[in-house]
Every structure is written in structure tokens, then in C-alpha cells.
Ligand binder design. Structure first.
Ligand code: HGY
Ligand code: MN
Ligand code: MN
Length: 412
């Protein structure tokens, strides 16, 4: 069994075929959740699931699970997401899903039947870029977000999530939250950061996920003429938004450690060259591996914004889009990943994840952990995202032997 290895050409062909769906022509792809492109990606992947003879179910939030119904008991589940950000690469999320299919196909072709069923899942709207929060589908799957509330979520483009799900034909019949928890969950994912490559390690044994705080801030000022309005009389939301973005960068530098802060989206209204804006809407993405420090950062940002509103004479409206405390993965699963990687002669690095992942939600339901493989130059959420074939094959082989061991583990 230990000599079993996946077929990396088959894996890479599926990655490239899926990468063509929603291709942006620059090596990347755009499949924002529940768009036509997402539907096309879902159709392609569920087609591959059915070709492998998997029993495919789609639940009420569109989470899709293919089960290889062998062995007995609850399945060992692999998976991730196939929705992307607008400037996505072809590996983020997709690798975890397609590696799951590759693991099953490898076992089927080798005539090896695991003791437990194996499942491969893709969860709805992991990115949260169109419908916040991120990991929305897996959060509903584990009972962390009410289904009706999730279906009423409104996208950044104004669409209602439930309507989009119906429109693309993925409002499934399977109940959500999940009726039965998997036996265990393992997600293979590209690191999306520079550490493995810089430190020369082949496999990341992911110990957990850092805390995430997403907020939308609406700043209301006074629209006025850009030429006639004296600077001292301005109440300028664009200036306030820019000052907040600068403060976030300075705060991250001051707090140091794992603190990261991002202003990824700023919309001005009326957004015209000769008009002092009436309104600015911006997003704040603030993360830290330590919950206390994350709360400190949130409090510092809140205080800065309130002072700024006072001096600039603008009004603020905050809306929380996502708030997840740091998550620790199951050390027993990490132990298996580390042992398997060692047996395959691969160096490992234990590390937290800077990005959010579906595994952090599945960890509420069953023993869960993640396997990282290198991201070239640490680039992700960018069409230039790249992981070389050797890294892809190594990560998928670690997934293969990890799930085989988990199928034989009883977690008592
Ligand atoms: O935002 C994240 O960390 C993930 O890409 N959804
Ligand atoms: Mn991802
Ligand atoms: Mn992502």
C-alpha cells in the first residue's frame, strides 16, 4: 500500500481543465460564487465525481459532496472550494477538491478499498468575495450560520444568495446543516504565503487558522464643489477612508508579529473628479493568530475612526461581515499528516494558516486538519499563483496516505 502514488499528470490536467472555466486569459480565473462561471465549474466537477461512480448530494446551500460508498461507517472527507476571487489563480481551493478525486481514482485503479467510505466536498462561497462572510457554505454545513439567514445574504452586486442558488440550479435537496458528521476531514491547499518555499520545506502541517475580522465601514460626508470649497470647510469621506487605510498599515507595523490589516475595497460616491465625495464605503480585513491581540487591534481601529469622524465632521456606520476566532486543528490528524510526510521522505513545517479555509469550520464537527504545499513566491489571489508539479504531487500523495490511515483510525 505504501508504494501507492497518485498520477500527477491526471491531477494537473483536471486543474488546468477547471482553470479554463472562467479563465481571465492571464493564467488566472474568475468564478465568483454562484455566478454562471461558478455553475460551469460545479457542473464540470460533479461530472468528474459521477464518472468515478461517487454518490453525489447537493444540500440546501449548494454544498456538494461526492461519496465513494465502500467500507463501512462515516466517511473520511477531503475537499475545499472551487469558487474564486475575481483575480484568482487555478490552485486556491481547486487543488483540495481535485486532489480528493485523484486520491479516489488512484485507489480505484489500484483495486485498494479503504475501510471507510471516502468523500470529496466543495463548499459554497468559501471566498466570501461576493457574499460575505467567507467560508459561508461550510459555516452553514456545520450549523454555525442559520440557513434562512444565509439564503437572504445580499451580494456586493445586490443579488440575493438564495435566488442565485436557484438560478444556477444548485439549491439542493440534502438538508443543511449536515445530518451526519464525517469521521474526519483533511484539506489539501496551497499555502498562499512564502514560508514553505523560503524555509525550504516541502509540506506544511497546518496547526490551525488565524482569527479573522471583516467589517464594512460607510463614511457619510458632505458632497461639494472641488474648486470652490475651502479645505477647512470640508467633510471629506475620501480623505477619511485614506487616513484609515494608512492607520491600518501603521497599526500592523506597530503591533508586529502575525498582525495583518487590509483595506481591499473602497467605493466613492459620486466618484467624480470635481466633486468632494458624499460617501465612502470601505472594507477592513484584520487578522491575528492571537484572539486577544486581534481584539486589541479592533479596539484601536475603532478609536481611531471615531476620533477621525469627530475632527473631519463625518458620520460612520460599521457593519460586521465576518468574525471568526482563531481555530486549532486536531493534533491527532496533524500527527498522521506529519508521519505520512516523513514516510514519504518529505520535510515538514508546522504552521498556522494566514488564510481562512473550510477546514476551520469542519473542525467544529469532526477531527480536522490541513496539508499545505508550496506557493511559488507566496503569491495567491492573483493570476500569477503557481505551484509546481512536484509540489502538487507530493501534497496529493500525503493526502492519499493520510486519508488511508484516518480510515483505519478510530479516534476514541
Ligand atoms: O479570505 C480568506 O482567507 C479566504 O481566501 N477566504
Ligand atoms: Mn482557498
Ligand atoms: Mn482564497
Amino acid at each position: 500500500m505504501n508504494a501507492l502514488r497518485i498520477d500527477s499528470n491526471r491531477l494537473i490536467k483536471r486543474l488546468k481543465d477547471l482553470g479554463k472555466v472562467g479563465s481571465t486569459g492571464d493564467g488566472g480565473c474568475c468564478r465568483l460564487a454562484l455566478t454562471e462561471e461558478d455553475k460551469a465549474g460545479r457542473d464540470l466537477v460533479t461530472g468528474w465525481m459521477r464518472e468515478l461512480g461517487l454518490h453525489v448530494t447537493i444540500d440546501a446551500i449548494g454544498n456538494t459532496v461526492g461519496v465513494w460508498q465502500v467500507g463501512s461507517g462515516r466517511p473520511v472527507m477531503m475537499g475545499s472550494h472551487i469558487d474564486t476571487v475575481r483575480t484568482g489563480g487555478i490552485y486556491d481551493g481547486n487543488l483540495g477538491v481535485l486532489a480528493g478525486l485523484e486520491v479516489i481514482e488512484t485507489l480505484q485503479r489500484a483495486g485498494v478499498t479503504p475501510r471507510r467510505p471516502l468523500a470529496v466536498a466543495f463548499f459554497t462561497d468559501e471566498e466570501g468575495a461576493r457574499f460575505a462572510p467567507d467560508m459561508l457554505g461550510s459555516l452553514v454545513y456545520v450549523g454555525g450560520l442559520d440557513l434562512a439567514a444565509a439564503l437572504d445574504t445580499v451580494a456586493i452586486d445586490g443579488a440575493r444568495l438564495g435566488d442565485e442558488l436557484q438560478r444556477i440550479g444548485y439549491a439542493g435537496a440534502a438538508s443543511c446543516p449536515a445530518v451526519e458528521a464525517p469521521h474526519a476531514f483533511v484539506e489539501l491547499h496551497v499555502e498562499q504565503g512564502p514560508r514553505l518555499e523560503v524555509e525550504g520545506q516541502r509540506i506544511g502541517v497546518v496547526t490551525g487558522v488565524q482569527g479573522i475580522s471583516w467589517k464594512e465601514l460607510t463614511i457619510l460626508g458632505q458632497s461639494n464643489h472641488a474648486g470652490t470649497t475651502p479645505m477647512a470647510l470640508r467633510h471629506d469621506p475620501a480623505y477619511a477612508a485614506a487616513a484609515i487605510a494608512v492607520f491600518l498599515r501603521q497599526l500592523a507595523a506597530e503591533l508586529g508579529g502575525d498582525q495583518v490589516c487590509t483595506v481591499g475595497k473602497i467605493d466613492l460616491f459620486p466618484n467624480l473628479i470635481n466633486v468632494v465625495p458624499a460617501q465612502a464605503v470601505l472594507t477592513l480585513d484584520v487578522r491575528n493568530t492571537d484572539e486577544q491581540r486581534l481584539q486589541q487591534a479592533e479596539a484601536r481601529i475603532d478609536a481611531f475612526c471615531r476620533d477621525l469622524a469627530e475632527t473631519e465632521g463625518v458620520q460612520l456606520q460599521f457593519r460586521t461581515l465576518a468574525r471568526f476566532a482563531p481555530v486549532v486543528f486536531d493534533p491527532r490528524v496533524d500527527e498522521v499528516i506529519e508521519t505520512v510526510a516523513g514516510d514519504l521522505g518529505l520535510s515538514t513545517l508546522r504552521m498556522p494558516s494566514g488564510a481562512g479555509h473550510d477546514a476551520q469550520m469542519l473542525a467544529r464537527l469532526c477531527p480536522a486538519a490541513m496539508i499545505f504545499t508550496q506557493s511559488h513566491r507566496g503569491v495567491s489571489h492573483n493570476p500569477a499563483e503557481y505551484t509546481d508539479p512536484t509540489n502538487l504531487a507530493e501534497g496529493c500523495n500525503v493526502l492519499l496516505h493520510t486519508v488511508l490511515r484516518l480510515a483505519d483510525t478510530d479516534f476514541v
